[in-house]
Ligand binder design. Sequence first.
Ligand SMILES: [Zn+2]
Length: 342
Amino acid sequence: MNTANTALRSSVEAYCAAIGTDPLLVQGAGGNVSWKDGDTLWVKASGTWLADAAEKDIFVPVDLPSLHKAIAARNFEVKPSVCSDSPLRPSIETLLHALMPHTVVVHVHAVEVLAHLVRSGFSEALGAPPDSTIRWACVGYHKPGAALAMGIADALAATPGANVIFLQNHGVVIGADSVAEVDAILQVLVAAFRVEPRRPNDVPVPSTTIETSPDQTWRPVTDPLVHQLATDPVLFKRLQSAWALYPDHVVFMGPSPLAVNDKDEFASRLRTTVPSPGVVFVRDVGVFADPTLNAGKQAQIRCYYDVLARQATDTTLSPLTESDVGELMNWDAERYRIQIAK
Ligand SMILES: [Zn+2]
């Protein structure tokens, strides 16, 4: 690698570490970043955290010409060829990085944008970009991987020169020649889509645990705002009607929520819910978790609160269909990602 590319790598890693710690931009192992160096595409490894980029090697080099050849033949199932002996797998979203012609590509589930992407009629309501540096295109919901890559390829063909791709019920992809340009675009998008979140109520955070068996204790989640999902009647209703809003939420938090009216109902529902849902929403009381609620899941549940808190009460959301959810739940690649995520 020459000096210029070493500098590019350093700037990408520093940027990943910075955005990786902002929960409104990146949640847990979600999001991925790449840069191109000649015939090599350096892409984030599946299951790794962008936040770790400064301390760990989270990038995997893959062969770019072979991906371009596959894309030209519309073979979106192509398996990226790793050009190192890294034990890590390239991101399941590697192909979208190869599709974008830009040197630096950032894909994030930025909350301010995501809160709009889960609404009915997002693409129809989208006007002109707020800035002349932005040329945007929209892609409907597709399962991440081959189907999504095909959707992005078609969007890029329909909107040549697009540097921002909105992915319905998922996130955004930004491409540019440098980290600074990508960041400038991301900042413009965040500002353009920003809405004031709902004002949290002042119901106290629960201080007691729930024992459902001698060896199973459910503790109140530590993030105080997450309890709003159970104590704010509008959010509690939303979570029951619009749970499956985007892939990472379903993959990490399951296909449906365990929302109950009281602790007795929780005990009886838990007996019939296998495997354990990991988190329970007790109406007017709070949100409780069993020890399986790791850092990755905590990031997801907070993201879900952040997305719901940005909806007006009369906004119609567009959850994933049952078949979309089914596809996500039976997905080996995602099982791998969850397994190696924290
Ligand atoms: Zn994604």
